[in-house]
Design a protein around this ligand. Structure first.
Ligand code: DCP
Ligand code: MG
Length: 437
């Protein structure tokens, strides 16, 4: 059982990766001068608007009491906009407000998720900026040759560094033998955290954690637990299982188990895709039509191949053309019925490219098939977002193109907005903006 010390197998190694102040980090990618400054991403802060919510705040802005899901009016009271300062006001105590641009954040998230899929065989994407990785087969709990660090820690550091170097945003990572502990660990030392909880340390790591942070404990349960004198995961672990079961039913027993460090969920890939896509970025933007066509051909072949291997037929074929710096164009053609036809994917994608983008300088190209139907409805267990490894369609040694994304399920490949739990007006308002289709 994963996450336990049973004799039936080695302990799992689960990474939980969660980007730090993600939307704000994305804004800093295109405006590096915002680094180190209070940044608030949300809606409704322009004069005369007044309603809307904070999507996220940079850690500098959080010092002023600004936080996710807060009404924007409260944020503005706590941290005025830099534009509204008088000549004598302190600019360090003002916020740089930016409007939610989900389309751009999804681009950045897709780049991060591509790295995650490259680093793990099983990736469960749970929101735009968060995923679980099962890396049991890629590393080990053994100590590295020098020192007292585990190999798993070195592996997680490598993932973090790749994200920082290749995408330019910071991730916090928790490493643990099970999902719920990994999640708590990733949150434990934010921002830029790396917290490793070894198999033998789970219970002692969890003991001082407030019950609210145990996976599955919401505010109502936390209040009830509080009334039973249970404030921490340690209290919960020590509580009488029968009492918990009487109070909360079977969930009580489950929470008791989690607090004691047992969580037998395995990391399963995010569900059946609604679309399949692949993108490639050029190292240097190009307007050469033959270069562009060559990439589109390779992407089309890869996507059609993946669709076939999953038994998926498609009714829409589309392309994505990213013009520097971040102008995203998508075009698609709908067919009269579902097909499995690699030649058609190529010809439709090339037609869409030629029709409008023959002379355009592009930074990145993508091909997508969507409106999928599956020949065999029972194939869902095979539909995970398998890792295709690096190299992929672009071919080793082709340095004009970096192998960029295995389309990521939640943030990119799905047509649904990512589920971060709890909608805010800001996100709700943006969720109709989807790439392709
Ligand atoms: N988000 C949102 N509304 C919320 C919560 C989050 O729009 N109520 C968006 C903005 C966040 C992104 O989702 O940047 C990721 O959510 P997180 O909860 O991971 O928050 P952050 O990444 O911003 O901060 P942290 O560093 O705490 O992870
Ligand atoms: Mg985050």
């Amino acid at each position: 059982m994963p996450g336990t010390t049973d004799d039936d197998g080695p302990d799992s190694i689960v990474l939980h990766v969660d980007m730090d102040c993600f939307y704000a980090a994305c804004e800093r990618l295109r405006e590096p001068e915002l680094e180190g400054k209070p940044v608030v991403v949300g809606m409704g802060y322009e004069p005369g608007e007044g309603h809307g919510a904070v999507a996220t705040a940079s850690y500098e802005a959080r010092e002023f009491g600004v936080e996710s899901a807060q009404p924007i009016s409260t944020a503005l009271e706590r941290l005025p906009r830099i534009e509204s300062l008088g000549p004598d006001d302190d600019p360090a105590a003002a916020g740089h407000y930016r409007t939610v641009d989900l389309e751009f954040y999804k681009e950045v998230a897709a780049d991060v998720k591509a790295i995650l899929h490259d680093c793990a065989d099983v990736v469960r994407e749970v929101s735009i900026d968060e995923a679980y990785l099962d890396v049991t087969d890629r590393t080990a709990w053994d100590l590295a040759a020098a020192g007292d660090r585990t190999l798993a820690e070195g592996f997680a550091r490598h993932v973090k560094q790749r994200i920082a170097r290749e995408v330019g945003v910071a991730a916090s990572i928790g490493v643990a033998p099970n999902m719920s502990t990994a999640k708590i660990a990733s949150d434990f030392d934010k921002p830029d955290g790396l917290v490793v909880v070894r198999p033998g340390e789970v219970r002692s790591f969890l003991a001082p954690i407030p019950v609210e942070e145990v996976h599955g404990v919401g505010p109502v349960t936390a209040r009830k637990l509080g009334s039973l004198g249970i404030e921490t995961a340690g209290d919960l672990a020590d509580a009488d299982a029968a009492v918990l079961e009487a109070e909360f039913g079977s969930r009580g027993r489950e929470l008791h188990e989690r607090a004691r460090g047992y969580d037998d969920r395995t990391v399963t890939p995010t569900g059946r895709p609604k679309s399949l896509s692949r993108e490639s970025a050029f190292t240097d933007p190009t307007d050469d039509i033959e270069d562009k066509r060559e990439v589109v051909r390779a992407l089309a072949a890869d996507v059609a191949d993946r669709a076939r291997s999953r038994g998926a037929m498609y009714r829409t074929i589309g392309i994505k053309v990213v013009v520097p710096p971040f102008d995203i164009n998508t075009r698609a053609t709908s067919l009269s019925g579902p097909v499995d036809d690699p030649g058609l994917v190529e010809s439709v994608a090339l037609d869409l490219l030629d029709a409008e983008f023959e002379e355009t300088t592009v930074r990145k190209l993508g091909v997508r098939v969507s409106k999928l139907s599956f020949a065999d409805a029972d194939q869902s267990s095979l539909d995970g977002w398998e890792s295709t490894g690096s190299g992929g369609v672009d071919g080793e040694g082709d340095d004009r193109v970096s192998d960029e994304t295995e389309a990521s399920a939640a943030a990119d490949g799905d047509d649904e907005p990512p589920d971060t739990g709890g909608e805010t007006p800001s996100r709700g308002g943006q969720s109709s903006l989807v790439e392709f289709d």
